[in-house]
Ligand binder design. Structure first.
Ligand SMILES: Cc1ncc(COP(=O)(O)O)c(C=O)c1O
Length: 414
């Protein structure tokens, strides 16, 4: 079967697809319809926590499909209670609303913040959002997103957002000074689509303190960086803080569509019957996927694995390419890794595919690796052995391969 980059005749032209169709997977490997195998360092964009065809997840989902996939929220759904209780235990928060995607979780967060304001008598609530943020592509979430390319053509954007730079507490204070309409601060602990950009531990603590002082909601989008990817359940836990609202999705269902917005005591009672809802949200199949994903992650020590294998990858990349002048920075937080080059490098995605490695390039110049959390160090070494020559050749072809000293950043030092 041969596939081109040409648009398919019947699906909308929303994606610039690579010329390949995947057929099936096992562990951290996928096979295309022609039988070629790929090492998966992308996990369907940070989704396949347990890789492909996990021997414990597959029978559990088969069992659930046979029993019941969907029944709707007119009725109690026991696995919703189970998953919500587990998320409360892992996050130290209290109550969860379930939906089916990241943007839906963020949409719910934005509604929570607005109603939090209205309940306090604020009729024009404002939410602080960040440069380079990505929160989704609905009108509300693309308005919160800090990327003009994503917003272009969909104006008028939703009002009610104040934008600030990352890691600058003075800028946040200045942007909100004497503004009684501010109700919430909303960011990703580590920006994913924006280029693997972390909020520093100090900044996270300072914003938590400011939100407490001003009675604002701290809303942390952990859709991409959460669910164990950085070696803690949620990336903000590296700073020892708790948000009031935490949207989740992606890795929570290990491939089954799911979203969740977890709330702490300050936000847990804002929604009342009739305020919010969604047909698919929290359906028995998605809930079973969430319950089993977390159970298997705990059983197999996948947080520790993410931290260990991520550190291994960081060391290996730093040693192999950290000294090249075309490599601006290697940012690695467990298995959320960005290698920033000093030039646009989207071509590397196709070159890696050709060489049997799945990854993505985000923010034009950041090679992003977000593999399944089951990846072993041997498989990580394979990733390095495929990717390093590709990066070296790419830089050499661009005339940028002079040596210099290595640079990398951590959540702590950022
Ligand atoms: C941090 C973050 N928030 C929200 C979203 C949107 O999630 P979804 O594509 O499931 O709507 C994404 C997707 O990449 C994301 O990375």
């Amino acid at each position: 079967m041969s596939l081109s980059k040409a648009q398919s005749p019947h699906t909308m032209n929303t994606y610039g697809r690579l010329p390949v169709a995947m057929s099936h997977g096992k562990g951290v490997r996928l096979w295309d319809v022609n039988g070629k195998s790929y090492l998966d360092a992308l996990a369907g964009i940070a989704v396949n926590t347990l890789g492909h065809g996990h021997p414990k997840l597959v029978p559990a989902l088969q069992d659930q499909v046979a029993k019941m996939m969907h029944c709707c929220n007119y009725y109690h759904i026991p696995d919703q209670e189970k998953l919500a209780a587990k998320l409360a235990e892992l996050s130290g928060m209290t109550n969860t609303f379930f939906c089916s995607s990241g943007l839906e979780a963020n949409e719910a967060a934005i509604k929570l913040a607005r109603k939090f304001g209205h309940d306090k008598g604020i009729s024009n609530p404002q939410i602080v959002v960040y440069e380079k943020a990505f929160h989704g592509r609905s009108i509300a979430t693309l308005s919160a997103t800090g990327n003009a390319k994503i917003q272009k053509g969909f104006e008028p954007l939703l009002a009610g957002f104040i934008r600030v730079p990352l890691n600058d507490i003075k800028a946040l204070e200045a942007a909100t000074q004497d503004n009684p309409d501010v109700v919430a601060v909303f960011f990703e602990t580590i920006q994913g689509e924006g280029g693997i950009n972390p909020m520093s531990v100090d900044y996270l603590k300072d914003v938590r303190a400011l939100c407490d002082k001003k009675d604002w909601l701290l809303m942390i989008d952990e859709v991409q960086c959460g669910m164990g990817r950085t070696g803690k359940w949620f990336a903000h836990q590296w700073a020892g803080i708790k948000p009031d609202v935490m949207p989740l999705a992606k890795g929570l269902g290990s491939g089954v569509p799911i979203g969740a917005v977890v709330a702490g005591p300050k936000a847990a009672q804002i929604f009342q019957p009739g305020n919010h809802g969604t047909t698919f949200g929290g359906n028995p199949l998605a809930m079973r996927a969430g319950v089993e994903t977390i159970r298997i992650m705990e059983e197999e020590g996948l947080l520790e694995n993410a931290a260990r294998v991520g550190e291994h990858l960081k060391q290996a990349f730093t040693k192999a390419i950290g000294h090249l002048s075309g490599v601006k920075e290697i940012r690695a937080f467990g298995l959320m890794i960005g290698i920033e080059l000093d030039m646009p490098c989207s071509a590397i995605m196709g070159q890696a595919l050709e060489a049997g490695l799945l990854l993505s390039v985000t923010a034009d110049s950041v090679i992003r690796l977000v593999p399944p959390l089951i990846m072993s160090t041997a498989e990580a070494d394979e990733v390095v052995s495929i990717l390093v020559p590709i990066i070296k050749t790419f830089l050499a072809e661009q005339g940028s391969d002079t040596h210099h000293s290595p640079k990398h950043s951590t959540l702590q030092k950022a």
